[in-house]
Design a protein around this ligand. Structure first.
Ligand code: KG4
Ligand code: ZN
Length: 342
């Protein structure tokens, strides 16, 4: 191996996906994700089960990532891991594994903020990918977060607005649960929405600040709407599933786009990125692409595999920190709550 190459192993274990990735000088060589099916029947992530599954998955997942990258442990330049935010029991598995491997190989350990990593996934070097220009605005939409962030430089970020209650991923997942769909329901709503009429049913949008979000009212609205209609027709959901999904998705995406427009108006910044699990949604991706034509924005839509939780985003963030000569202390600990700016 050339001494000039920088190989970073990234480890992600903040929620219910165990993932490991190897990147070389910013390019992804491997990105293995082991999803935990065990939560589907409980309608949400069960922290204890997640932690146990991470313990079972972490060794084979890391091994596979290294093998697929075609390197040996000794070639690694540093190990990056998710410090937080996330479920404590899950984070501890990745943190302790990363620490012991870095110690054993005597290479730097780099802690990564999961929310920064979702955004910095845009800096993965890939053929045909656009690297964002500073400053840019990122709409981070995941199962735990909904934020509009201004990024002046890789690690200089400012939250311009966020949700005052539920995250947008929760809005998707909780709506899906009301419809009797399994967890996580976001991808299913997306799939069924493509077959339905988005204007079939109307839901009202929340009244909050220009850059704030609120989704708990929408969830209640959907619950009452379904209860009322099922009372009148027991087969209401089955008969209208596609239209219901399309209408829910339309309302949510309209809210997101409206907030992005407000952010552009307030900041004058027209470089717009999306990140996080919900950025896998086909409708938001389409809307961002058309925004280039219609509103003169330059938009950055992540490659599908870098939207939901993955270790490539942890590895690229670790790489950017490595270039800054950053190195964590071995006493670094997992942190369940961590702001994107920390
Ligand atoms: O970023 P992520 O994998 O985990 C967190 O850090 O939260 O995001 C997971 C969220 C879930 O709520 C899931 O339903 C949602 O992303 N999601 C989607 C889609 N794919 C994943 N929501 C809507 N449409 C999708 N295609
Ligand atoms: Zn995430």
């Amino acid at each position: 191996m050339s001494a000039k190459n920088t190989y970073i192993l990234g480890i992600e274990s903040s929620c219910d996906d165990t993932s490991a990735a190897v990147i070389c000088d910013g390019k992804v060589l491997s990105n293995i994700v082991a999803n935990q099916e065990v939560h589907a029947k409980y309608g949400g992530v069960v922290p204890e089960l997640a932690s146990r599954a991470h313990q079972q998955n972490i060794v084979p997942v890391v091994q596979q990532a290294i093998e697929q990258a075609g390197i040996k442990n000794e070639d690694l330049s540093a190990i990056a891991f998710t410090r937080g935010p996330g479920l404590m029991g899950s984070l501890l598995v990745g943190t302790s594994f990363a620490k012991s491997l870095a110690l054993g190989l005597d290479i730097p350990l780099i802690d990564v903020n999961h929310m920064q990593a979702h955004i910095l996934a845009h800096f993965i070097k890939e053929e045909g990918s656009k690297i964002p220009e500073f400053p840019f605005i990122c709409l981070t939409i995941s199962g735990g977060h909904t934020q509009i962030v201004k990024i002046d430089h890789h690690f200089q970020m400012e939250v311009l607005g966020e949700t005052i209650d539920d995250a947008v991923g929760e809005a998707f997942d909780k709506s899906a649960k009301i419809l009797g769909l399994p967890y996580p329901g976001g991808p299913l709503i997306d799939k069924y929405a493509q077959l339905g009429n988005p204007k079939a049913f109307q839901f009202t949008q929340p009244k909050v600040g220009d850059l704030e979000f609120s989704f708990s009212g929408l969830k209640t609205q959907i619950l009452y709407f379904i209860q009322k209609n099922v009372k009148e027709n027991a087969n209401f959901i089955e008969e209208n599933l596609y239209d219901i999904c399309a209408s829910i998705q339309y309302t949510i995406i309209e809210i997101l786009i409206k907030k992005l427009k407000n952010a552009v108006k307030q900041t004058g910044i027209k470089h717009i990125a999306i990140a996080g699990g919900v950025s896998a949604n086909s409708e938001i991706r389409k809307r961002l692409i058309t925004a280039e034509k219609h509103w003169g924005w330059t938009t950055y839509v992540p490659k599908f595999e870098y939207t939901t939780d993955n270790a490539a985003m942890i590895a690229i963030t670790g790489y950017l920190k490595f270039l800054d000569n950053y190195k964590a202390d071995m006493s670094v600990s997992a942190k369940a709550r961590l702001k994107v700016t920390e």
